[in-house]
Write a protein that binds this ligand. Sequence first.
Ligand SMILES: Cc1cc2nc3c(=O)[nH]c(=O)nc-3n(C[C@H](O)[C@H](O)[C@H](O)COP(=O)(O)OP(=O)(O)OC[C@H]3O[C@@H](n4cnc5c(N)ncnc54)[C@H](O)[C@@H]3O)c2cc1C
Length: 409
Amino acid sequence: MAFLESQVTVVGGGMVGAALALMLGRGGVKVLLLDGQVPAAAFGDVADTRVSAISEGSRQILAGLKAWPHIQRKGPYQAMSVWEKDCFGKLDFSAEDVKAEVLGHIVENRQIQLALWQELGQCPAVTLKAPAKLTGLEQGQERLMLTLDNGDLVATGLLVGADGANSLVRTLADLPLIFHDYGHHALVATVATELPHEGCARQVFRPQGPLAFLPLWQPNQCSIVWSTVPSEADALMALAPEAFSQRLRLAFDNRLGALTLLSDVQRLPLTARYARDFVKPRIALVGDAAHSIHPLAGQGVNLGLADALALAEQLLDALGADKDLGDLKVLAPYGRARKAQALKMLAAMGSLKTLFGNGNPLIKLMRNAGLAGVGSVPVMKRLFIEEARGVAVQEQLVKVRDKHQIFSP
Ligand SMILES: Cc1cc2nc3c(=O)[nH]c(=O)nc-3n(C[C@H](O)[C@H](O)[C@H](O)COP(=O)(O)OP(=O)(O)OC[C@H]3O[C@@H](n4cnc5c(N)ncnc54)[C@H](O)[C@@H]3O)c2cc1C
């Protein structure tokens, strides 16, 4: 049993927690980063089923942290195509429309995590302990005492929960959770496509839910996210691979020709969640520990990386002013700003899901009219262009870069 001390302890070394630890460590904060699991270092030829659409804003964060060049496999996409099954409505746009080279990149989550861990190895202010799980928390005025599964004790001035959607930090800290079942399960898998994806991210809205084909680094492979009602998910999971691929081809309006499953199909129930408060004295939540949203606009980890940037800015400002990093006055502005952003995104996902999930013929007619006039539906335009590019994060990154020397140019 060991006794450890740190200024800040981050629980969860996933994409968000690892990025936050690196920002803080580069800014001179003594950080202990814990993760219950060590990600496997080896990759097969076929992509992992868990991938993310990384916005340009998030790419710039990862590049500033010097992690982006370590990522070997990334699928840039220059176009997006969104349409509705059995309707005229469609929305197509390209990077050229916004005078950019790409709209984003599809990257395996594990590639991002490992790239960040590689950089953490070069950052002496951060101690990474894995596997090491948080199991208990005792709250004091001046500091918190944490218990780990190996019996170690940690005294810390601030505890950050970056431990995902089922956050133990959130539970131990008694931060109430507000949640809503989307009534969707996501089926994720890697597929080979007869026709090349040509760097286009495609999504069809079916009455049962959206189905996305995300272009991987190989020209004929995509990662799919098939969101559907639980009864259809049951039926699809029971199919043999060939029958599943046939159903997938039909559901996808045959846009990329014949399809072959290259991986197992993984099933994930989808729930909208957010913590009522993202902070309390000596505790803060980031990433999925604070909020989780429907993957239809591919924004979960982009929101989480923006949380990490905002919290790092707040804490490094406080460090410069010699303030207590666990003080609620230091943490509160972060909590307010990021909760407002998460709620905005949760509301947008809710209205999109309702707009597309409604079988009422009148609403269907209105959708047809609205979508046919590309750009005339403000929520669509904002979500699929501005948010996908991460414009707000790019602006915040410039601000933080000017104040704190934690990012390379
Ligand atoms: C089907 C699907 C598709 C998605 N697609 C996209 C997309 O295209 N773009 C996008 O931006 N987002 C997407 N998301 C969302 C994205 O995957 C999440 O937002 C992101 O993974 C959250 O990262 P995180 O670091 O906050 O949490 P996690 O990735 O969940 O990491 C949490 C970490 O904490 C560790 N941990 C947990 N408990 C403990 C403990 N007690 N002690 C120590 N360590 C602990 C875990 O081992 C893990 O490493 C998608 C989500 C789903 C479900």
